[in-house]
Design a binder for this molecule. Sequence first.
Ligand SMILES: [Zn+2]
Length: 246
Amino acid sequence: MAKKATVGKVRASLRTIEAGGLRAELVRTRRRSVSLQLLPDLGLLLRAPVNASDEYLRDFLQRREDWVRKHRARLEALRAEDPGPIWSAGGEVPFLGRKLLLDVKDGSRRSARLDTEGIAVVVPDPADSRAVRAAVERLYAREAAKRFPPLLDACLERAAPHRLPRPELRLRAMRSRWGSCDPVKKIVTLNTRLLRFRPEIIEYVIMHELSHLRHRGHDARFYAFLERLCPEWKSMRRQLAGVFLD
Ligand SMILES: [Zn+2]
């Protein structure tokens, strides 16, 4: 189910665990707590400490059965409303909250660039939607490198009263998450695919990750802090919820 999950170096150690009618990919890492993530393909990823027993993890999974069913149903409903971008000529793809028209031409040099009408793509075979998408994703990555650092600066400035340390910013195209934060190394990683959304939503993700510099887990204190940095976080989160990552 979760074959496409991006879990970095620990990918090779994935195996499956089942309980209560649910099946999750299990990855053990040097972490202290167990977490369950619903992936974009609606599969489940269970992250657990190295020494957690299988019995404990099955129990953990079983107790979250209602949560999983509820959120899967919600994601399916959202996706039924918006099936996602069409990666071919004449299709519209999201860019900073707007929809841009794709103009696809054939040529030996693969490229995608912004023009006044939309996005101009060149690929060897215009009917190859994967190649079109790959070219646009590279454009997203280039634009993210240009546009995300100033957004981080703006967020840090607004959060200045809380005296957060300035994290190192890394950018990656990711399949299972919009961002992550390593509070120990002070690294915030943002998904270049966030380039699809309007800047306010990108800033919400940044504020979420910055909040992890203060509170590691997603507990009540974390959300109280996030609320101070980004009072609109609930509506922003809803807008990200139904979006395909892959
Ligand atoms: Zn988080």
